[in-house]
Design a binder for this molecule. Structure first.
Ligand SMILES: [Zn+2]
Length: 283
């Protein structure tokens, strides 16, 4: 499942062929993904210029010159493929249509963006740009972890008195938007905090220290995604999923990477999801 760095990588890959460009033709091949598409979606996209391509949490937002914004969520298995790229960095030939190509956007510049999603947990919607922040998927989101509103005082206040494990608190989208299982595990390892620690029982100093750690974990992953973009373009035009080496995630039973630590990475299940951590380093 794509997390924030993967979505940001997709956004950065799409921006050069979409931003400032007109959607010449929109093809919508089914009535829904996770939810029904908005009424008349193809017609509302056709002929519109994409003024900006933004990201909020794990959503890509394309602001159109019609005053509407297209929201795209990749879900569990959604992929964006770019072909016919006028910039010459993606594969040039359009691939043959595939079974799960649900939405196809042909840009006036010759680029084609294909949204393929076998499991159909993805979503698209159209909303008024002016009130996009109050869309049902966006309204309750906390601050962006890479934005200025995600501050040390914000996190300290959010954790104060909370009886839930720190893992759950960081996955709470009201507290910080867009963090998922993988990067919460990684951040808690770097901050040396045991994932079951109650959020409200961690000292303010240690909670504050989590803020720069979370930013760095995400920034590192986005950098890894950026460096892999070139490979995706050359291979098959697919964007967004990259190999990234994690310190704890998926490494159960393997040696801790902290110098001098001889422990092996452990795994516990919290709220149905795996938490990977070092039993010596994380307290
Ligand atoms: Zn360790």
């Amino acid at each position: 499942m794509p997390e924030l760095p993967e979505v940001e990588t997709v956004r950065r890959g799409l921006a050069p062929v979409m931003e400032g460009q007109v959607i010449a033709r929109a093809q919508v091949n089914r009535p829904d993904l996770r939810w029904p598409f908005p009424p008349g979606m193809a017609g509302r996209l056709t002929g519109r210029r994409v003024q900006a391509l933004r990201r909020r949490s794990k959503y890509i937002l394309a602001d159109l010159d019609s005053g509407e914004t297209l929201l795209v969520h990749l879900g569990m298995s959604g992929r964006m493929l770019v072909s016919g790229d006028p910039l010459g960095v993606f594969v040039h030939d359009h691939p043959a249509p595939e079974k799960h190509d649900h939405v196809v956007l042909d840009m006036e510049n010759g680029a084609r963006i294909t949204f393929n999603d076998p499991r159909r947990f993805g979503a698209m919607d159209l909303m008024e740009t002016a009130t996009a922040d109050s869309h049902k998927l966006l309204a309750a989101l906390g601050p962006e972890p890479l934005g200025n509103d995600f501050s040390e005082p914000h996190l300290v206040a959010a954790f104060r008195g909370r009886n839930t494990p720190v893992k759950a608190a960081l996955l709470d989208q009201h507290i910080v938007a867009g963090l998922g299982n993988i990067y919460v595990c990684e951040a808690l390892y770097r901050a040396r905090i045991y994932p079951q620690r109650k959020a409200g029982r961690i000292s303010a100093r240690r909670v504050a220290a989590l803020v720069p750690v979370i930013r760095q974990v995400l920034t590192d992953a986005i950098a890894a995604g950026g460096s892999s973009l070139r490979d995706f373009r050359q291979a098959d035009g697919e964007l967004g999923y990259f190999q990234h080496s994690f310190d704890v995630y998926g490494r159960e039973g393997q040696p801790c990477r902290t110098p001098g630590c001889e422990a092996k990475i452990a795994r516990i299940v919290q709220s149905g999801r795996s938490s990977f951590y070092c039993p010596i380093c994380q307290r």
